[in-house]
Design a binder for this molecule. Structure first.
Ligand SMILES: CC(C)(COP(=O)(O)OP(=O)(O)OC[C@H]1O[C@@H](n2cnc3c(N)ncnc32)[C@H](O)[C@@H]1OP(=O)(O)O)[C@@H](O)C(=O)NCCC(=O)NCCS
Length: 151
């Protein structure tokens, strides 16, 4: 049940488990380290005192009043239960509290998911210059469609 899950801001020692989850969901993990303070992780309650298993995560790369939402991942066994939507809501709330006005993201795997959550497809020319320097834009997803949402 997703009500029993633990949601936390990520710590540096969560990085190995985040990387495992990103690998399992075929997402790149390069460049996440400097942004780990802006990651949210979900752990399963039963494994809290054992080896940590992270079953969901999402991160923000913050660039002044904009942020790149990245690394949204839910473990394949836990998908389609509402956890991905909850992570998007949590990341959006966290971004608002940081004074961010616009979220951007790159995806070629979850376009419909994000459209149904209010994100619109935009040309890269509309992306702020500092965001375009992110490794996601330059190297990891150079051809992926870009989405935006005012929050
Ligand atoms: C994209 C991703 C994060 C979605 O996670 P998720 O936990 O499955 O997301 P949700 O359960 O909130 O929503 C997925 C669908 O399940 C449906 N759903 C939610 N709860 C449900 C339930 N209890 N029963 C049945 N379906 C349900 C939702 O309505 C949604 O459908 P929709 O998109 O047509 O509205 C997940 O598929 C994933 O990790 N994909 C691989 C990585 C990736 O592509 N990430 C995005 C790029 S950053």
């Amino acid at each position: 049940m997703i009500e029993d899950l633990l949601v936390n801001q990520a710590r540096e020692d969560d990085l190995p488990a985040i990387r495992v989850l990103l690998q399992e969901t075929n997402l790149p993990s390069e460049g996440i380290e400097p942004h780990v303070d802006n990651f949210i992780v979900v752990k399963s309650q039963e494994v809290v005192s054992g080896p940590e298993i992270i079953i969901g995560c999402v991160g923000l790369e913050v660039y002044r009043s904009s942020a790149l939402l990245r690394s949204l991942a839910v473990h394949p066994d836990m998908q389609k239960k509402g956890l991905g939507s909850r992570l998007v809501d949590l990341a959006t709330g966290s971004a608002k509290r940081k004074g961010i006005e616009t979220l951007y993201l790159l995806t070629d795997t979850a376009e419909e998911f994000f459209k149904r959550r209010g994100f619109s497809l935009i040309p890269r020319e509309r992306v702020p210059e500092d965001l375009l320097q992110s490794i996601e834009f330059t190297t990891l997803c150079p051809d992926a469609p870009c989405f935006m949402k005012q929050i």
